[in-house]
Design a protein around this ligand. Structure first.
Ligand code: BGC
Length: 335
């Protein structure tokens, strides 16, 4: 009798477990019909980041229409404040976000966000502002999407080297056998400004161009700061500036604003990004070239990685992640 009771109990227990795991699965299936993605931007007024944001929103809409899966894309701006961003991440987690996409304010300070995400088991796709390797290696659910800054610089350098080979007078405006250049740098701690600065100049040297640096300075990616800096340089150094190398398009456009105001048209200005206004300036002949990252592909990579992770799946293999976690967006010369 006792044995019979034990068998019954075992059967009832097994059935209960099967039913409850069935419910769990059904719940997961149901959840997969709607995904919540928390996106935090370091600032909302950065031209490049805004281009990516617009593409991300477009991609999410298209995915919703194609698949019927509801996407709640919650985009917040951290206004350059790391504490604000940490709070945004906390809120995303408490709202039940399935995945986070974070454009760090301070890329060296990702550990607080990583801690919170790890504790809650929510994967993170960082983008554009790359956390240090030590942080990226803390968990296997951390990913990064960005451009390869060395490639941006090599391509930017190539624009200038090619121009010089085609027509040296287009760069050596006063014919003194030297190309006098100024260099506009982005934020000092940003991986893109450090590596771009080093490698664009190196590419010109490697190409055998007779370059001479007049001045250089940090304009923090910003058009107005670059414009003011250019103004000062033109006043301080009366010898002609023949080339402006800029770490991004917005600062290149700032330099052009000043050149325009002074009625100077012959200076070659090169940028990086291929933002909408940057591409327009190239088309209008105001900028001699830029290195454009494929914004659509950039956003698609962030979004598909986010969806894969939110669905509890592996990242799709066609993204060919470097070391299983880094995606580098393709770039091309526009001139
Ligand atoms: C872009 C800049 C942008 C910065 C923001 C860089 O990769 O080239 O235009 O301001 O990222 O983090």
């Amino acid at each position: 009798m006792n044995r019979l009771r034990a068998v019954w109990l075992a059967v009832v227990l097994a059935l209960t477990l099967m039913l409850s795991s069935g419910c769990e699965q059904a719940k997961q299936q149901e959840e997969k019909q709607s995904l919540r993605i928390g996106v935090s931007l370091y600032r909302g007024d950065d031209t490049f980041i805004n281009n990516i944001r617009a593409e991300l929103e477009k991609t999410a809409k298209a995915y919703e229409q194609e698949t019927g899966v509801k996407i709640k894309l919650d985009v917040q701006e951290a206004r350059g404040n790391q504490n604000t961003q940490n709070n945004q991440v906390e809120r995303f987690i408490s709202l039940g976000c399935d995945v986070l996409c974070v454009n760090m304010v301070d890329r060296t300070g990702a550990s607080a966000i990583i801690e919170k995400a790890m504790t809650a088991g929510v994967p993170v796709i960082f983008f554009n502002r790359q956390p240090v390797d030590e942080d990226m290696d803390r968990w296997d659910q951390l990913y990064y999407v960005g451009v390869d800054p060395k490639e941006s610089a090599l391509l930017q350098g190539k624009i200038v080297v090619d121009l010089y080979r085609e027509n040296p007078e287009a760069l050596d405006l006063n014919g003194d056998g030297r190309i006098s250049y100024v260099l506009l740098e982005g934020e000092p701690n940003h991986q893109d400004s450090m590596i771009r600065t080093e490698w664009s100049v190196q590419t010109l040297k490697d190409g055998g161009l007779p370059i001479e640096k007049i001045a250089g300075g940090i304009a923090n990616w910003e058009r107005s700061q670059a414009s003011a800096m250019m103004e000062q340089w033109l006043e301080k150094y009366p010898g002609p500036v023949e080339l402006v190398i800029s770490n991004n398009d917005d600062m290149a456009l700032g330099a052009i604003d000043t050149l325009d105001r002074k009625g100077i048209t012959s200076v070659c200005v090169v940028g990086i990004d291929g933002t909408a206004p940057g591409l327009e300036a190239v088309k209008a002949g105001k900028m001699c070239g830029t290195v454009s990252s494929d914004k659509e592909q950039y956003a698609r990579a962030i979004f598909s990685m986010a969806v894969d992770k939110a669905m509890g799946q592996d990242i799709r293999p066609e993204l060919e992640l470097e070391n299983g976690k880094y995606y580098r967006c393709p770039q091309a010369i526009i001139r």
